[in-house]
Design a protein around this ligand. Structure first.
Ligand code: FE2
Length: 490
């Protein structure tokens, strides 16, 4: 038996004539030439056939009952824009045939015709169509290539999935795209889906069959009923074409991208399969990278939080101080309109700002204030913080915030005595957040100050201790921020 895919890929011709003899003879000859042929006895039934499936070429008689060749010719582009129409006509109606060409017919055949001539015209038409499809594909390939570059450059999983979804809908004309990735339990879960022109689509992928197929083979291209092995569609959402490409890194299946077409003008073929396989391979590597990056970020955050806890444990009076300073500093960085990346560094630097206390051999739990001597040791903590972070390369971006959070706008701070904008903005932000938390928490030597007193103090020291712009932005937004936070925490 021949391979069903080969049968599926044969050029498809629809013969339309009211004379059964002509239909049969054309069907026989074209069938012998390797074409897939269907017949219809007039324009109306031809349109029914075209609604149900795709054809490369329609050969139609001009004069038929119900609907003639010209009317059919005009209706075809609306249903199947890529189908070529060849008109058959008798000697007496050559002018009509020429008129048909003007209205978009690909060519015409005069009756009585020689079979060779018909076959020649059909073959020429199919070749022309394939060439046009290849040109189109080349264009698609170029835009797909630039998108795949963008996918490779991204480290955000959400962004990668979004880009693939857009690409499948816009360039591949898929009606539905669904991307599945492995979950933590050894199964697969849908991570992204997008609809093209459709608003709704029913049905379900047969996960086990798909996984088995993708593990053994490369990818899946199926049409009509043969796609039901992989996808249980609902009667109101029948599938025309299905394309599934694996997301594989070495031999490991990370997931897959499935494209569904419910429209007869979009039928995924070998060219689509090849193009989207390239995207799949690129995407798989990018997804793996993004996941590793996310894990690395997670580990980084956990490490920093762990260290922040360790710092706060040294001093029972400052329990939770690092977390709260990070919270206020992040609020202030956002309020000042800093970019997401800078806000992240502000957050992490604030969590770490007091890490240098680890280097101060002091009893921070003793009641009362520090002696002058103890205070001199304590004042070294920002510099110690820098020394602790220095050997750890990935913590280097946190050094400015840690080393310089006790600098003052008027230059009277420590350890370097920098002034104004000589002090990095990150450190100026942490200075405000640090002072606010210190004032609103209990200390060994005093009770927490009320919020409005602390805010008044920040305002009083704007332009001397604090960067005036940062201090004013803090005062402006802190009440609302605290109120929202309270609401969120119930
Ligand atoms: Fe400090």
């Amino acid at each position: 038996m021949s391979n069903p895919l080969e049968l599926e890929d044969r050029p498809r011709v629809l013969v339309v004539d009211d004379e059964k003899f002509i239909r049969d003879i054309l069907a026989d000859f074209l069938g012998l030439e390797g074409y897939f042929v269907r017949t219809a006895s007039d324009g109306v039934s031809a349109l029914d056939v075209l609604h149900a499936s795709r054809f490369d070429v329609v050969i139609s008689d001009l004069k038929m009952p119900r609907m003639g060749g010209i009317e059919l010719l005009e209706a075809i582009p609306r249903i199947s824009p890529n189908t070529l129409t060849i008109i058959m006509t008798g000697f007496g109606t050559v002018e009509t045939a020429i008129e048909a060409m003007k209205r978009g017919a690909y060519d015409y055949v005069l009756k009585p015709f020689k079979m060779d001539e018909v076959i020649h015209i059909v073959r020429r038409g199919i070749d022309k169509q394939r060439l046009a499809a290849e040109n189109l594909r080349l264009k698609e390939a170029v835009s797909l290539y630039s998108v795949s570059e963008a996918i490779s450059a991204s480290l955000s999983l959400e962004e990668i999935l979004e880009t693939i979804g857009q690409l499948a809908v816009q360039e591949m004309k898929a009606d539905v795209v669904t991307i599945w990735l492995e979950d933590r339990k050894g199964g697969f879960v849908e991570r992204h889906s997008r609809m093209g022109n459709r608003l709704q689509f029913g049905g379900q992928l047969h996960i086990d069959v798909i996984v088995q197929h993708l593990m053994n083979d490369q990818n899946i291209v199926a049409h009509g009923t043969s796609s039901e092995r992989y996808f249980a569609s609902t009667p109101d959402s029948p599938i025309v074409s299905l394309l599934v490409v694996p997301l594989k890194v070495t031999r490991r299946l990370l997931g897959w991208i499935a494209l569904v077409s419910t429209n007869h003008t979009v039928r995924f073929d070998e060219g689509h399969r090849k193009l989207f396989s390239i995207i799949g391979a690129r995407a798989a590597a990018a997804i793996e990278n993004a996941k590793l990056y996310e894990e690395l970020q997670g580990t980084f955050q956990q490490t920093i939080h762990g260290l922040a806890k360790a710092i706060d444990k040294m001093d029972r009076y400052t329990s939770g101080h690092s977390d709260r300073v990070a919270l206020y500093a992040t609020f202030l960085a956002n309020k000042l309109g800093l970019s997401e990346d800078v806000v992240a560094v502000v957050n992490q630097s604030a969590l770490m700002h007091d890490i240098g206390k680890i280097g101060c051999v002091l009893n921070l739990n003793k009641p009362g204030t520090l002696t002058q001597e103890e205070y001199e040791v304590f004042k070294k903590h920002p510099q110690y913080g820098k020394d602790i972070l220095e050997p750890i390369k990935f913590l280097h971006p946190l050094i400015p915030g840690v080393q310089l959070h006790h600098e003052r706008w008027d230059g009277k701070g420590y350890p370097l005595g920098l002034r104004g904008t000589e002090i990095p903005l990150i450190a100026r932000i942490i200075a405000v957040a640090d002072a606010y938390d210190a004032m609103t928490s209990n200390r060994a030597y005093r009770r927490a100050l009320p919020q409005d007193v602390a805010i008044g103090e920040i305002e009083r020291c704007a332009g001397t201790q604090f960067d005036p712009e940062a201090a004013l932005a803090f005062i402006e937004g802190i009440d609302e921020f605290m109120a929202n936070r309270k609401k969120l925490r119930g």
